[in-house]
Design a protein around this ligand. Structure first.
Ligand code: FES
Length: 207
């Protein structure tokens, strides 16, 4: 006679050793969760590193804040007024501390200018970049004109295009670019320096 207890056994119990028990299922779930976390970790840290400049400011040395208060905001000190000779343009590198999302880099050259001082201590400032195609202009030997060696653009000392007496064409599309925001602070020349797009008739500052 068949044993009747066989028909009342638990049908949900594992019968082949493959189906996980409750403990086995929890272990399987945990291993999946841990696998996901471990897999995501490098991606999350990489994303944070990528977003870092957006979510935090670059580390700027303490002296930088003090330095900015020496002159007008967004202006750079170029030279002392006393160092300039009257009616003789002099060339100066423009040096600035650079800050981007990642780095603070002090004392970087960002361009250069010619500065002319008149007898009444007023100054004119010109960006040395040629408006034709971006070469660097220089002053001629008797300090009477600015010349570009690349394609022979020439400019008067007031920055206007120089028209050659020989009729040789001046390829520059506009006058030499003046720097118009100038301040004299306690005997020093400060400028709001800008670079401009070459090859255009209008003077347009780069941003
Ligand atoms: S770049 Fe100066 S003349 Fe062409």
């Amino acid at each position: 006679m068949a044993d009747s207890t066989a028909t009342t056994s638990d049908s949900s119990a594992p019968t082949d050793g493959v189906h996980p028990t409750g403990t086995g299922r929890r272990a399987a779930i945990w291993s999946v969760v841990v696998g996901i976390v471990v897999g995501l970790f490098p991606k999350v840290t990489g994303l944070l590193a990528f977003l870092s400049p957006i979510v935090r400011s670059p580390k700027v040395p303490d002296f930088y804040a003090d330095k900015e208060t020496d002159g007008p905001t967004d202006y750079l000190r170029i030279c002392s007024l006393a160092a300039l000779e009257i009616d003789k343009p002099q060339r100066f590198a423009v040096i600035s501390d650079q800050i981007d999302g990642w780095n603070f880099t002090p004392n970087q050259p960002i361009g250069s200018v010619y500065i002319q001082k008149s007898a009444d201590d007023t100054v004119q400032v010109f960006n040395t970049t040629c408006p034709h195609a971006g070469c660097s202009v220089s002053i001629n030997s008797d300090s009477s004109a600015y010349l570009c060696p690349c394609h022979n653009s020439a400019f008067n000392l007031d920055g206007t295009k120089l028209i050659s007496q020989s009729g040789r064409p001046n390829p520059s599309p506009r006058n030499l670019d003046s720097i118009d925001q100038i301040e004299i602070v306690e005997g020093d020349v400060w400028i709001h320096f800008q670079n401009f797009y070459p090859g255009r008739h209008e003077k347009k500052a780069k941003v």
